[in-house]
Design a protein around this ligand. Structure first.
Ligand code: SF4
Length: 518
């Protein structure tokens, strides 16, 4: 419910006179046991059974949610595989950033994907739905009509063959289907609202309305999928944002400003001041270290910000340069000093491990940089009162599609564990520093689901049948998951997501990859 893309679609669908859209969520076990409704999964708005809808559209942001798709279909008694469904079943659509990057691991489950931003681009799809929905027969001739729309990807319209080494040999479009499916971006974000449509206490950010200030990012860090797929970088203008803020403040006291690069909005301070002047509180989804200044921190502190995040991503300047994280040591330490002066209680530090070209000295540099940040943070203040904790959040690097590092591999789990042990052990005795991390085995699964081809759907089905027991499923499957996770790829290999990326983009990313690794 705190996903703005999901809420935007809900608004677009329901603002069309002849379309009604309702929300359905996967119930937790407790809810399932307690509910009296005969259908196990139904909509929030009217309690209608999910299987009775004409169309089911999924918004997919994280690959680790893929098993939940199968749980939802199981509860609705809908066959998982597109080829096993009949004309009496609903049309299954998916979108969201996970599918823009690579829909292939779940391609066998869906009738169609919409690869793009809905605002200005979804209308042709809705036109066909309006024409065809009464018969509720989502059969091949109708799918062929959808295939003519830009950014619609219909997996059943493509035949994939493999080489004996497991790589893709050919990704062949059937007659009438396009060879490439282009990602479509909204040209002007000011043309439609981009803020919370639904207010509910049952969500992560229940006390605030969300408002998008920009989309994409001008920085192009080489590891970042969001920065590379949401292109070009687009700003919403001050006037549009202010109008929306005024509307939102009628119903809520707090506004969360969203965007991959919120702090790069040139009028950010003016926008924050506007919220304050209108008696609202403000929250930011992120703030780059080089944008942490006295004025911004003071304004955000008044809104109740107690924790700020600094994301150096790598400990050494060498590795920060390699991944194109444009942050100097001075900028990082200066951010810590500013936060100290304003008595911000907590700092969270984000680091990645297992990055391409990483050496043991880069792991030492994470430890060293953390100590330097701690020194800057606690020494800047006259006394430590009010300063609480520095938390390190360490995540394994996932080589994501559509980034220059898409040809890299995931670091072996046992090596990642050694690196984590070294960092945790070295900082164990440091007071007021806490180390947290994601387990490397989950990064392994995320990599598999990010970079897989269609065969990976078989592993997903196996994991579902084994009650989400990934260890058992990865052992039992006849597909080698290491092939997708631990193997570096070469330029000539056909990538599972290449049909979206296109040749020109692939060449640009390859040039960036080579700049990084040599
Ligand atoms: S990591 Fe942040 S600054 Fe870098 S490209 Fe991604 S969103 Fe932009």
């Amino acid at each position: 419910m705190s996903n703005l893309g999901y809420q935007t679609l809900y608004r677009i669908f329901n603002s069309s006179e002849d379309i009604s859209c309702e929300r359905v969520f996967l119930p937790d076990d407790k809810t399932l046991k307690s509910q009296k409704n005969k259908s196990k999964i139904f909509s929030l708005e009217t309690g209608r059974a999910l299987s009775s809808f004409n169309i089911i559209a999924f918004s997919l942001t994280f690959e680790n949610d893929y098993l939940n798709i199968l749980s939802i279909l199981k509860l609705a008694n809908i066959p998982f595989l597109q080829k096993e469904r009949t004309k009496s079943h609903p049309l299954l659509i998916a979108g969201g950033i996970a599918t823009f990057l690579n829909p292939e691991p779940i391609a066998d489950f869906f009738d169609l994907f919409f690869i793009g931003e809905a605002e200005e681009n979804i209308e042709p799809l809705l036109e066909i739905i309006r024409m065809e929905h009464t018969q509720r027969k989502w059969v091949k001739p109708v799918l062929d009509k959808f295939a003519k729309i830009d950014s619609v990807y219909i997996p059943s319209g493509y035949k994939i063959s493999y080489k004996s080494n497991g790589q893709i040999n050919n990704f062949q479009a059937k007659p009438g289907y396009p060879d490439t499916v282009k990602y479509s971006a909204a040209k002007d974000l000011n043309l439609s609202p981009s803020s919370s449509t639904i207010s509910t206490p049952f969500t992560e950010f229940s006390n605030m309305a969300l408002l998008e200030v920009s989309r994409g990012c001008p920085r192009h860090c080489r590891f970042c999928a969001a920065g590379n797929i949401y292109q070009p970088y687009r700003l919403r203008d001050k006037k549009t944002i202010k109008n929306e803020i005024q509307e939102l403040l009628n119903n809520t006291g707090k506004i969360g400003l969203l965007g991959s690069a919120v702090s790069d909005h040139p009028e950010l301070i003016e926008i924050i001041e506007f919220i304050s002047e209108n008696n609202g509180l403000v929250s930011l989804s992120s703030l780059r270290a080089d944008k942490i200044c006295d004025q911004t921190v003071s304004l955000l502190k008044k809104s109740g910000h107690r924790t700020f995040t600094i994301a150096p991503e790598a400990g050494s300047q060498r590795l920060r340069d390699k991944i194109r994280k444009d942050l100097s040591l001075n900028e990082i330490l200066n951010a810590a000093r500013v936060l100290s002066r304003h008595k911000i209680q907590n700092i969270k530090l984000y680091f990645l491990i297992g990055l391409p070209t990483e050496e043991s000295t880069d792991i030492d540099a994470i430890i060293d940089l953390t100590k330097q940040i701690k020194h800057a943070y606690f020494n800047e203040a006259k006394n430590e009162k009010g300063l609480n904790l520095i938390t390190l959040s360490i995540n394994p690097f996932i080589p994501k599609p559509f980034t220059p590092f898409q040809w890299s591999s995931y670091e072996e789990v046992k090596i990642l564990k050694q690196k984590l042990k070294k960092i945790s052990g070295s900082l164990k005795k440091e007071k007021k520093i806490k180390v947290t991390f994601d387990l490397p085995k989950w990064g392994y699964i995320q990599t598999l689901l990010s970079r897989g081809d269609r065969k990976v759907s078989r592993i997903l089905l196996e994991a579902f049948n084994n009650n989400n027991n990934w260890t058992k499923s990865l052992k039992e499957t006849d597909i080698n998951p290491d092939f997708y996770v631990y193997r570096k790829k070469n330029f000539n290999e056909i990538l599972p997501w290449e049909f979206i990326m296109g040749k020109e983009k692939k060449e640009k990313l390859w040039a960036e990859y080579n700049k990084a690794i040599f």
